[in-house]
Design a protein around this ligand. Structure first.
Ligand SMILES: [Zn+2]
Length: 412
């Protein structure tokens, strides 16, 4: 039983589909979570069951059924890209990681170009990487443009000094203008119809142009409490990604496997070899590497649930309250999976956009307000930012033994 008042949940329409890479109808179920929900910047909760399948013919991991694209676009419009729990330093460190991965593949194009370059970043998020690129190659770039559908980010980026910004999705972009270099950093995996998007990319790329695409390296997917594939409708392996771009008239120039699978592609030319899909290699990666991640994930989840249930019981016995640090999807998933028996007295989050508002039925405070709150313990609800959150609290004078670090505790 809970006394919190929740907004109405928005339920996505789910659509059945063929494999977005090879159009095959045949697939096997890989992972399902029918209770999965998203929470957006405004606190709206969307029920969007997760059903990942593996294509029999190309080993592509994709969502099927998939939430309706039109409805999902609404979610992107209200999205804020910076993880709510992130500090400025952590954000800068992340931006540097993205930029370093980018220059590793793209530096040659920019350094060696004799002509001024026009650049487009699709889904530029907070604009940090595009700004870095503009600064780094200012003598090479003639024009730079970023697009992103998020309204909160649009307000922040309009009129910035580094690049032209348009608050739109890729399918709303004017296709008559061409670009020499196009960037999709952690964007391509969000496309429901990658073949259509590749066609669109071909239309706006100059003949000698190149495209940088960074997608999650699914062989290194994070384990923990949230969805391993982070809700992405498409989860590529190098094998089926390379085959897809070849089929769409592109040639893979080079790639790198790190935190992300980063790729540099250009339009196909006569003489380029065509790509054969190495289905045996792709299937063995899915079975062995991704299978192992799933087992590890289930193990971590089980341990975390036990740990939290024990803490909740202890607080309840002592008549004390719990605060949760983190007002995003990780907390949404914890609330979905665990009965907190009314011990939660509020949430804290670094994102000032949330302060004073209710999310998931709880009021959100800033970390600085912690000293004015009555609580027994505080639970860090994030996998990536657990350390960062702990540091924040310790700097605010919260004693170590009042902080519950779930991932550290389960030895993750
Ligand atoms: Zn397929």
């Amino acid at each position: 039983m809970s006394n919190r008042v929740l907004n109405n949940e928005i339920t996505f329409t789910m659509n059945q589909r063929n494999c977005p890479v090879c159009d095959s109808l045949k697939s096997k179920s890989l992972y399902s979570n029918s209770d999965y929900k998203y929470i957006d910047a405004n606190g709206e909760i969307y029920r969007a069951p997760l059903h990942y399948v593996v294509c029999d013919d190309c080993a592509h991991i994709y969502k099927n059924p998939n939430p309706d694209s039109e409805q999902f676009n609404e979610l992107y419009r209200s999205a804020m890209i910076d993880a709510a729990e992130t500090s400025a330093e952590e954000n800068d460190a992340r931006a540097a990681q993205h930029f370093n991965a980018f220059i590793k593949l793209a530096n040659e194009f920019f350094s060696e170009s004799q002509e001024p370059i026009s650049v487009l970043e699709i889904g530029c998020g907070n604009g940090k990487m595009l700004k870095e690129i503009c600064v780094c190659y200012h003598d090479k770039i003639k024009q730079a443009k970023g697009i992103d559908p998020s309204l909160p980010l649009g307000r922040a980026l309009s009129g910035n000094n580094y690049f032209e910004f348009e608050n739109i999705r890729f399918d709303q972009l004017d296709l008559s203008r061409k670009y020499d270099f196009i960037i999709l950093d952690n964007v391509f995996e969000h496309f429901d119809f990658p073949r259509e998007e590749l066609n669109r990319l071909k239309q706006i790329l100059t003949m000698d142009g190149q495209i940088y695409i960074a997608i999650p390296n699914i062989l290194l997917t994070p384990t923990g409490f949230v969805d391993m594939f982070a809700g992405h409708p498409s989860n590529y392996l190098l094998e089926n990604f390379n085959w897809l771009i070849d089929q769409s008239g592109f040639h893979l120039l080079r790639y790198d496997y790190g935190k992300w699978l980063t790729c540099l592609i250009r339009p196909k030319r006569t003489g380029d070899d065509s790509v054969k899909l190495d289905i045996i290699s792709a299937k063995s990666k899915v079975n062995e590497l991704i299978g192992r991640q799933f087992r590890k994930n289930n193990d971590v989840r089980g341990k975390i649930i036990l740990l939290i249930e024990k803490e909740v019981a202890e607080l309840k016995r002592k008549g004390k309250k719990l605060i949760i640090f983190g007002a995003g999807c990780h907390t949404q998933e914890l609330l979905c999976q665990i009965d907190f028996e009314n011990v939660i007295c509020g949430l804290i989050d670094k994102n000032s956009y949330y302060h004073g508002k209710k999310r998931m039925g709880y009021l959100v405070y800033s970390p600085a307000q912690i000293s004015s709150l009555e609580f027994g313990k505080i639970l860090l609800s994030s996998q990536s930012f657990e350390n960062d959150m702990r540091k924040t609290l310790i700097n605010l004078g919260v004693a170590q033994d009042r902080i519950i670090s779930i991932y550290e505790n389960v030895g993750y």
